[in-house]
Ligand binder design. Structure first.
Ligand SMILES: C[S@@+](CC[C@H](N)C(=O)[O-])C[C@H]1O[C@@H](n2cnc3c(N)ncnc32)[C@H](O)[C@@H]1O
Length: 262
């Protein structure tokens, strides 16, 4: 895995990212490629239901259960490493990838704070990532990221992952938006104060947000696209993976897709 360390974002002084790396990043990523890259370019947190360490550690434990071992792990869309730092003690070597410089800057600080010396960070997107890797992983995972990819991009991602996965390796996508449950969640069906009037109010707010976001050519929120699990399963099967899907433990409207070679 030494080959990867050349892409590592080194920490300096008060937890800042090395200036040279930052300049390099900005040069490479001068203009945002898509609306999501633009949306995340200055974000610093992954939008978990609660941002307490207690909650993040519980979420990570659920994810580690499904990851179920392996020695090396690639976390695509690692954000500010809120989960990745909890994976670190369970793996020999980890790589976090994200296209947001601000997220990676936060991740870099967090790695330092938590003394995680076995994680390398790479600034890349779903297309540019692969040319930066020349080793295989036991686990390729992504938590709360697949909703920013189209079905075609997911298809390409699984195909490329397959080439970077060890023989017994697994691809695990966490917290994909379920199109059957997400609309119910948006209506507040799972909220403690659910009711018809509240649901109507939410529909009104959602409509207003959608229109104003469309006018500004911005995503209406952090949530992204929904993906039917059976469609993801079809893509997985096409690339000779079997797929199991399970309900997310902490998000009623999301599911996890666990893929392994048939
Ligand atoms: C909702 S956050 C989740 C972050 C992290 N996985 C976690 O659970 O804390 C989504 C992250 O995916 C990154 N992301 C989204 N689409 C991406 C892409 N195509 N390539 C690289 N990173 C991407 C965003 O920059 C953001 O940091």
């Amino acid at each position: 895995m030494n080959n990867i360390s050349k892409y590592k974002l080194r920490n300096i002084g008060e937890g800042g990212m090395e200036v040279e790396s930052r300049n390099k990043i900005e040069k490479k990523h001068k203009k945002p490629k898509n609306i999501w890259e633009d949306f995340f370019k200055d974000k610093t947190h992954g939008g978990h239901r609660y941002s307490t360490e207690e909650f993040l550690s519980m979420e990570a434990r659920e994810k580690l259960f499904h990851l179920n071992g392996g020695k090396t792990l690639l976390d695509f869309g690692c954000g500010s490493a809120e989960l990745l730092t909890y994976y670190a003690p369970e793996y020999e070597q980890l790589v976090g990838v994200d296209f947001s410089p601000s997220m990676l800057e936060e991740a870099s600080k967090r790695l330092k704070e938590k003394k995680c010396n076995n994680i390398d960070l790479i600034l890349a997107n779903h297309e540019t990532l692969w040319k930066n890797l020349d080793s295989k992983f036991d686990r390729i995972t992504a938590a709360g990221v697949i909703q920013y990819l189209t079905f075609q991009e997911i298809d390409d991602f699984i195909a490329k992952s397959s080439g970077h996965l060890s023989t017994e390796g697994k691809i695990v996508f966490f917290d994909i938006l379920d199109p059957r449950l997400y609309p119910l969640w948006k209506l507040g069906v799972f909220a403690p104060n659910a009711g018809i009037l509240k649901a109507l109010y939410r529909v009104g707010c959602d409509f207003h947000t959608s229109i104003s976001a469309a006018l500004r050519n911005r995503p209406r929120n952090i949530y992204g696209f929904t993906h039917n699990p059976y469609k993801i399963q079809k893509i997985a099967n096409k690339h000779d993976f079997e797929m199991r899907y399970v309900q997310s433990m902490y998000y009623e409207y999301k599911y996890h897709a666990i893929m392994f070679r048939a």
